[in-house]
Design a protein. Structure first.
Length: 117
């Protein structure tokens, strides 16, 4: 009777190594994202609390989530506002406090503040 323990053990070791490599890559990406967010946040002239107030004032709703937008080249806050059972995504300029964009989270059509005024 031939045993397959060495093959099984080799396969398990390969799975553990691949999983460990994936975890290290994820940790590095997570650290890079955190570093970028901290750099953007340090450039902000307004606080996160001020950005939330601006978003709530503009929409008339209540903030349910807020974060720095790390996909932008400039410092922007992304605030999710709940109003009338719908979630609105509000982008606030981190230097001026001006609301840049308001859109419904579920809709692909976005309305910029320049188009609304």
């Amino acid at each position: 009777m031939k045993t397959q323990h060495p093959k099984i053990l080799t396969s398990l070791c390969a799975i553990v190594i691949i999983g460990s490599t994936a975890n290290l890559a994820y940790a590095a990406n997570s650290k890079d994202k955190e570093t970028k967010e901290l750099q953007l946040f340090s450039q902000a002239s307004i606080s996160l609390q001020d950005a939330i107030k601006a978003a709530e004032h503009k929409t008339g709703g209540k903030a349910i989530e807020a974060e720095i937008n790390d996909e932008s080249a400039t410092v922007q806050f992304e605030i999710e506002i709940l109003k009338d059972g719908k979630v609105h995504e509000v982008m606030v300029d981190g230097k001026t406090g001006k609301v840049l964009k308001v859109s419904l989270e579920d809709e692909s059509k976005e309305t910029s503040e320049n188009e609304k005024d």
